[in-house]
Ligand binder design. Structure first.
Ligand SMILES: *Cc1c(COP(=O)(O)O)cnc(C)c1O
Length: 383
């Protein structure tokens, strides 16, 4: 429901999604059934991952990931402050402390490995890179740091579903899917994501030890199989540890499977539109388009440009609004939220500049080239 002539995002939903929902309704089986199992199998296959766990949201996936690595009080988790707040919130709720590192540059707003390295202490338990807009962070450097220092990596891959890592120098892990590079990867299927179910998420890992804990913790800490092994009593179960209910249900999984089948074509269309934006802004020196030179490796989740000043961004948002075009902002710096301000005093110069000057523009597979042209025309005229 929107009054915008050109909204930020429009769901790519049609008759296939309606049929999938009908199929589940007709089956009279709503949870812990074949759709979730198939969704996990199909997602794991795309990722070439050993384990994929469908969960109720990416926030749940992050929470489970942090519990799986036994994150707790006294531990620190290095992460960007340009992110949705879920990773920082889950870090705090796991009893640990978020440590915010700066971004590489305004054109590359992902974790700066040099700053991460300076922030690592004996208390650092994990690093959480976020693949901003569907563009991968500097994974070869970050992974190397994690290996050297014995730190876990949880990828917040919510923006990067369907994107593979590309290193310009061809260094490892070249070609590996976002979310399957670190120890754990989290995905969101929230309504405005490239793969959308309404609510939902996925947690992937190649580590069997983590997979086993996640399997139990997703559903109350329950282990049916170990009880059966020991007691041979089907239908009964054991609780091996304290867990959550973070399961996904059959309806959302059925929608997710249809969306997964459309994903790569949708991402490709997004890349074409990003290239059109890049073309339209080519001579506009006062605008910096993020990750403009790696469009062909992006999931194309977001189209973001950085203005020369905060005032120029405000003027752009105003001019777009006047033309019926929606814009947004990904993201305010987490350090500036009242619940975080003051507790984490590290000043992050680039993060602050990015948060005050970045604007998110319409991007979805149904966007038309003429609409992109109209938007870049407006931006070029903004002072
Ligand atoms: C959407 C999003 C989340 C949260 O996902 P939910 O499924 O809504 O919990 C976390 N991190 C990033 C980068 C996101 O885009």
């Amino acid at each position: 429901m929107t009054d915008w002539r050109v909204p930020l995002s429009v769901l790519d939903y049609g008759v296939e999604e309606a049929e999938a929902a009908q199929r589940v309704i007709a089956s009279k089986w709503l949870s812990m059934g074949p759709e979730v199992a198939a969704f996990e199998r199909e997602f794991a296959q795309m990722q070439s991952a050993r384990h994929a766990f469908a969960v109720s949201s990416a926030t749940a996936a992050l929470h489970l990931a942090m519990h799986a690595i036994r994150l707790g009080s006294g531990d620190e988790v290095i992460q960007p402050a340009i992110n949705f707040v879920a990773a920082a919130n889950m870090t705090l709720l796991a009893g640990a402390t978020p440590v915010f590192a700066d971004i590489c540059s305004l054109a590359e707003p992902t974790l700066d490995p040099g700053h991460v390295e300076r922030l690592i202490t004996p208390r650092t338990k994990a690093i959480v890179p976020m693949h901003y807009g569907g563009n991968l962070a500097r994974m070869s450097e970050l992974r190397e740091l994690c290996k050297q220092r014995g730190v876990a990596m949880i990828e917040d891959s919510c923006h990067a579903v369907g994107a593979a890592y590309h290193d310009p120098q061809g260094r490892e892990p070249h070609g590996v899917m976002a979310g399957s590079i670190g120890d754990l990867g989290t995905f969101s299927f929230y309504a405005n994501k490239n793969l959308a179910c309404g609510e939902g998420g996925m947690l992937v890992t190649n580590r069997d030890d983590l997979g086993e804990r996640i399997q139990m913790m997703r559903s109350h800490g329950m282990t049916r199989s170990s009880w059966e092994r020991h007691h041979g009593r089907p239908g009964s179960y054991d609780i091996a540890l304290a867990g959550f209910n973070y399961r996904l249900d059959e309806l959302h999984a059925a929608l997710g499977r249809v969306q997964l089948a459309k994903l790569l074509a949708g991402n490709q269309r997004r890349q074409q539109l990003l290239a059109r934006y890049r073309e339209g802004l080519r001579d506009a020196e006062r605008w910096t388009m993020v990750f403009a030179d790696q469009i062909e490796h992006s999931s194309g989740h977001l189209m973001v440009a950085v203005a020369a000043s905060a005032e120029m961004r405000a003027n752009a948002a105003h001019a777009l609004r006047e033309a019926g075009i929606q814009s947004s902002m990904h993201y305010p710096s987490i350090l500036e939220f009242s619940g975080f301000r003051g507790r984490f005093p590290e000043p992050l110069a680039l993060t602050h500049q990015f948060a005050s000057r970045a604007i998110t523009l319409p991007m979805h597979p149904g966007l038309r080239a003429e609409q992109v042209d109209e938007i870049t025309h407006i931006l070029r005229a903004v002072e």
